[in-house]
Design a protein around this ligand. Structure first.
Ligand SMILES: [Zn+2]
Length: 342
């Protein structure tokens, strides 16, 4: 990217009401078959338009092509039985009924490559595509086959690498792996989590990113955040090793987070997508608030490596709120950009 402070979003954006129930996380599709394919494409066009109107520089599909950021990808794989369900604890936080790994996992055909090609054809701006990271994938499944979190993560990394290479060939500029699990399983992250992530990104020439956050503004996550105390130092556990990794960019939650900003120093040298928009509230940030947070981040990230972003996805918000937050992000970044170039 040649421009200073290019803006983007961390992930999902609200879906139009004719595609899925708004302000609801993981809501089922309202369309089927051919109508669903067309509906997703139309929704993608709408959220692309909204991002561009708001002045977002690096655009995405806003996850209009998926119901859930992890399971939609896994649904396309072989070796996972969605009928055979077991209850497991997700990120040590809440119980959920999840599908089972019943055999060797593989990707019989590309998952999002056609969707990415469609997005590429609609815009000249750089595009970012999100995939679940290996550790977050295994944390959303019951494994009755490999019986080893590490081994299963390694298999998923191999599959993610196949998908990533095809996304890159389809014209994706940044491939982002979502790893909220990195904020929970520190020992595993350092033992094999980052290695699995590097395997997923192996050989890519496009930009690679990892998104680590404290989750959507749903109750299980906000309750968990309440339990974390006055300072959130989770990032401190994984940043040193991430700094040495081959992953180029790190996407973080910073707005209204109790994360000490100086932890970002541990990533010095990496490009950092600084979350300057809180996705857990309908209150719209002012451009000045966004600029203030980014200005603080500049103490720990070189200006040419600072990427203003949202804390996480905005799927559960109304379209009105999400669009206003996109504008605040882009106007806040513009304020600071003017200061830096004055
Ligand atoms: Zn997130």
């Amino acid at each position: 990217m040649n421009m200073l402070l290019p803006t983007s979003t961390a992930g999902s954006l609200p879906k139009p009401l004719w595609l899925a129930q708004p302000e609801t996380l993981w809501s089922p599709w309202k369309l089927q078959g051919e109508e669903l394919i067309e509906g997703k494409q139309d929704a993608l066009r709408v959220v692309l338009h909204d991002q561009q109107q708001a002045g977002i520089d690096i655009v995405s599909d806003g996850e209009q092509t998926r119901q859930h950021f992890v399971t939609t990808f896994i649904e396309h794989l072989e070796g996972v039985d969605f009928q055979k369900r077991e209850t497991v604890r997700i990120r040590d936080r809440y119980d959920a009924s999840v599908p089972s790994v019943v055999g060797a996992v593989s990707r019989p055909k590309p998952v999002f490559v056609e969707d990415a090609r469609f997005l590429r054809a609609q815009t000249d701006r750089p595009i970012k595509w999100a995939l679940p990271g290996p550790m977050t994938m295994i944390d959303t499944l019951y494994d009755g086959h490999y019986k080893s979190r590490e081994k299963l993560a390694w298999e998923f990394a191999r599959i993610l690498n196949q998908e990533s290479k095809e996304l890159e060939a389809a014209g994706v500029d940044i491939i982002q792996f979502d790893e909220p699990a990195f904020n929970v399983f520190f020992d595993e992250v350092n033992d094999w989590g980052i290695a699995a992530l590097e395997k997923a990104a192996e050989g890519l020439k496009c930009e690679t990113a990892v998104h680590i956050c404290y989750g959507y503004g749903i109750k299980a996550n906000t309750d968990w955040k309440q339990s974390l105390g006055a300072e959130w130092r989770q990032y401190e556990e994984v940043f040193p090793k991430l700094q040495k990794s081959s992953i180029g960019m790190v996407s973080l939650e910073c707005q209204h987070a109790r994360v000490p900003m100086d932890l970002i120093e541990l990533l010095r040298g990496k490009k950092v997508m600084v979350g300057a928009i809180d996705v857990a509230t309908d209150v719209i940030e002012t451009p000045e608030e966004v600029a203030d947070l980014l200005r603080k981040a500049l103490q720990f990230v070189d200006a040419d490596k600072l990427y203003p972003c949202t804390n996480c996805g905005m799927a559960p918000l109304s379209r009105r709120v999400a669009n206003a937050k996109l504008r605040a992000l882009s106007e806040g970044a513009a304020l600071l950009r003017r200061e830096l170039t004055a």
